[in-house]
Design a protein around this ligand. Sequence first.
Ligand SMILES: [Zn+2]
Length: 124
Amino acid sequence: MPEIFERLNGKKSKDIKVLANFIAIFCRESHRAEAKSVFPVKDARLRHNLGNKDLVLCPACQKLLNHGIAKLLLCPYDPKPMCKKCETHCYAPGYREKIRKVMKFSGLYLVKHGRLDLMIHYWR
Ligand SMILES: [Zn+2]
């Protein structure tokens, strides 16, 4: 799906970065026993967007991140609203609950570890 990456803009780039980072924290902390591999990022812009670093995730989190990235890129709104305030529920059933859990877990994780700065930086 190379053409959907044409939709990558500033706001979406930031949101994808947040999504990837939050899923990475969640996977690292909650899926310690899972077998993990590097999340494949074929698109050069997306790779650059993610800071050119490898994301090591379990298969379930890779699926979730893939789904999230696709949904973000396909978001019909411009500018994209915050997902939790959005009326369109674009995530497939099951994924929405999962992503909520991830956001809550990783948000709390950052707060607990004194990385409020990081959260504010992400959400601004
Ligand atoms: Zn995981």
